[in-house]
Each structure stands twice: as C-alpha cells, then as structure tokens.
Design a protein around this ligand. Structure first.
Ligand SMILES: [Zn+2]
Length: 208
C-alpha cells in the first residue's frame, strides 16, 4: 500500500518536471491533458488550424497506483516510464534511478531496473552520435544513417511542438548487404570515438 502510494507521487513529481515541455498541459478532474507527442507533432492540425487545448488528445490517467498515458486520437497507450523513455531519456533515467534507490524497480513493479534502463537509453544515444559521425564521413549508406541519427536526435532534444520537417520522407528498402555495411560502419566509428560516450546521459549509471 505504501509503495503504491509513493510510486504515484514519484510519477507525479517527474510529470511536473516535464509538463512545461508538453504543449497545452493542463490538470483535469481525474487526468492530465496535453498535445499528444506521438501524433500531434505540430502546433497546427491537419487542416492548418492551430491546435487548441480542447483539440489536445493526450492524457495521463491515474489507475490508482500508477499513471498511464493514453491518446484518444492515435490510440497510443504507454506506461509512465515508457512515455518518459520515448520523449525525455535523461528524465527517464533520473526517474528510474530514484525508484531503483527505493527498491521499486524490476520484476513485479511497473518500471525497469536502472541498469536495464541505462542500456536501453544508451543504445539510442550511441546510435545518434554514430549518425553525426557518419555524416562527417563519406559512404554509400550516408543518407540512411543520417536519417536514423536525425530522428533519434529529435526525440532527444525533446522537440514536440512546432513544425517538424522530416529530412527524408521515404527511404528505399535496404538490401541485407547494405544493412550489414551500415551497421559495420557505425560499429567502427563508435569504437573509434569511444570518448564521445562520456556525453551519454546513461554513462553515470552504466558499469563497465
Ligand atoms: Zn496521439
């Protein structure tokens, strides 16, 4: 009982921390409402009109002991930690670290363990840096790698309002050989620039 109460209050605390970055964030009677960061990416809707608070379809509902995200436009449903992981990786790690310290992570809880969380974020951040590195080099798979880096960097920068112009809207399907070539190149670049990992927000939580 006590642990479920504190889980709720920890989640609320971190939701408050990011609420300023969620457009039209407001507290409702039994929920929090804001612009859905999964489908309402622009401040304009599909008709070119500005999204109003009543047009926002993203919600956090409390189910008693946890907050769950639900969008009534795209149907996306997420547990609290998954939502943080998708849009605020650094805050996600802080949140898991606090719960980990209280023994409220892992099996039987609604949060991953800290090492698990750090590994998940680390992979994404490393891929983003690798994308930047490849961009400065030359290669056949350059555009594909750059696109992957861009999308990761976008979520990392926590940009959820304003028009987002995708650099490439349609990517050609990669052959297995191209895929292998791309990841081999990334792996090589990442290895060469290990020191860049220090910029990784997951670094303090990772054990080598
Ligand atoms: Zn949505």
């Amino acid at each position: 009982m006590t642990s479920s109460l504190s889980i709720s209050s920890i989640e609320e605390k971190y939701l408050n921390q990011v609420s300023g970055l969620l457009p039209h964030f407001s507290r409702q009677l039994n929920a929090y409402r804001f612009q859905c960061p999964y489908c309402q990416l622009s401040s304009k809707n599909h008709r070119g009109r500005t999204v109003t608070p009543s047009g926002c379809k993203g919600f956090f509902y409390s189910n008693g002991n946890a907050l769950n995200f639900k969008c009534h436009r795209c149907g996306t449903g997420k547990q609290f930690h998954n939502f943080l992981e998708d849009h605020f990786p650094s805050v996600f790690l802080e949140y898991v670290a606090e719960r980990d310290g209280l023994g409220l992570t892992g099996k039987g809880t609604n949060a991953p363990t800290l090492s698990n969380a750090a590994q998940r974020v680390s992979g994404r951040v490393t891929a983003a840096f690798a994308g930047e590195l490849v961009e400065s080099g030359s290669g056949i798979e350059k555009t594909d790698c750059k696109a992957a880096g861009d999308s990761a960097a976008t979520s990392q920068n926590q940009v959820i309002s304003g028009p987002i112009q995708p650099a490439i809207t349609k990517l050609p399907r990669l052959t297995p050989q191209q895929q292998a070539g791309c990841s081999a190149r990334l792996a090589h670049k990442v290895k060469q620039h290990q020191k860049l990992r220090q910029r990784d927000p997951a670094a303090p939580y990772l054990q080598d």
